[in-house]
Design a protein around this ligand. Structure first.
Ligand code: HEC
Length: 110
């Protein structure tokens, strides 16, 4: 009985730790995101809304909607990054999920 209890407790602790890590990963790091953004900077301004190749991304998350009509959120912006289209490259396989999470964190600061 005692063993069953401690195994159970061990498992739930491990699951809890994994969850906490996932959350940390999903939150992203804006500093690292800025580095990832360097490759986007060829086509996007981060410090203005002025168009380069693509629209300036300053204040992206404060906009009511993007060019595709969707309200900017983690999910919809990630969708644009993954799928691209209309001159925007697809980053589905070019960036890891972690790098995308960092990018989203950075985009929220501009
Ligand atoms: C080769 C040039 C190019 C690169 C590199 C590029 N983009 Fe884009 N991006 C575009 C173009 C062009 C559009 C406009 C597409 C449209 O109007 O549908 C766009 C649109 C977007 C949008 C939607 C903005 C809006 O208001 O609708 C986001 C967000 C975005 N890009 C993020 C990124 C991120 C993040 C990166 C780097 C991982 C990146 N882009 C790299 C060209 C580029």
């Amino acid at each position: 009985m005692k063993t069953i209890l401690s195994v159970g407790l061990g498992l739930s602790l491990a699951a809890g730790a994994a969850l906490a890590q996932d959350k940390k990963g999903a939150a992203g790091d804006a500093g690292k995101g800025k580095e990832v953004f360097e490759q986007c900077g060829v086509c996007h301004n981060a410090d203005s809304e002025e168009k380069k190749m693509g629209p300036g991304l300053k204040g992206l998350f404060k906009k009511a909607k993007m060019a595709n009509g969707k309200k900017p959120s983690d999910a919809t912006v990630k969708e644009v990054i993954n799928n691209g289209g209309n001159g925007m490259p697809s980053y589905q396989d070019m960036l890891t999920d972690e790098e995308k999470a960092h990018l989203l964190a950075f985009l929220k600061t501009i």
